[in-house]
Design a protein around this ligand. Structure first.
Ligand SMILES: [Zn+2]
Length: 212
């Protein structure tokens, strides 16, 4: 059984997630902690729950999702795992930090990669990778079909979708990918989004204004 803990970090109000299993291993997804208070909030929780971080995974490399990569990678000695994009998303995050004048310790470059159809065995629970470009060219989603949830990043929000005006974004691709790869999943799948509250596949299929 996977437990999910959500943190909302940084000026972009980005949701970072910790997935933990019965062995107390945990996967850190999109650590957005950007100052020492937020870093402490994350690491204190990991300590208090006796968790051992085993993976650091980014759904995509937008700045708000990687602000804590350096901290987590360094503290827990974890490689950065992400989609291998032809576009240099690591440099793009650095340029975004400059643009927004956000203090940013550059993320280590990803050295482990995930692609469509890959799976992660997490103490018997399988996390499946879906490749969903459109919001970002390197965007992946972590789907746990058995336990009815996905960590969806910025693909789909409650009542909205990810913006597509950033470099590498493509509105048509995003809409098509959501229809083909997410709306074909079970309605009951809960979506933990990169911003805002949780929703489900069924709710978004029925009510999301981009599709109705
Ligand atoms: Zn994003």
């Amino acid at each position: 059984m996977i437990r999910i803990k959500k943190f909302t970090f940084n000026p972009f109000q980005e949701n970072s997630y910790l997935l933990s299993n019965d062995k107390n291993e945990c996967i850190v997804v999109d650590p957005g902690c950007f100052n020492s208070d937020e870093e402490n909030e994350l690491s204190n929780y990991i300590d208090s729950e006796n968790l051992t971080p085993t993976h650091l995974i980014n759904t995509h490399f937008h700045i708000d999702h990687v602000l804590g990569n350096h901290f987590v990678s360094d503290k827990y000695n974890l490689p950065v795992t992400a989609y291998l994009s032809e576009i240099d998303m690591v440099s793009m995050a650095e340029r975004s930090a400059d643009l927004y004048s956000i203090p940013y310790k550059s993320s280590p470059k990803p050295t482990k990669f995930l692609n469509e159809g890959d799976t992660i065995d997490f103490d018997g629970s399988e996390l499946k990778i879906l490749f969903i470009p459109g919001h970002a060219p390197d965007h992946i989603v972590l789907l746990c079909d058995d336990e009815d949830f996905m960590i969806g990043g910025d693909v789909l929000f409650k009542g909205s979708i990810g913006r597509t005006d950033l470099p590498g974004g493509n509105h048509h691709d995003l809409i098509e990918n959501i229809e083909k790869k997410i709306f074909t999943l079970k309605d009951s799948i809960k979506i933990y989004s990169g911003h805002g509250p949780e929703t489900t596949v069924g709710i978004e299929k029925r009510t999301n204004p981009f599709f109705t």
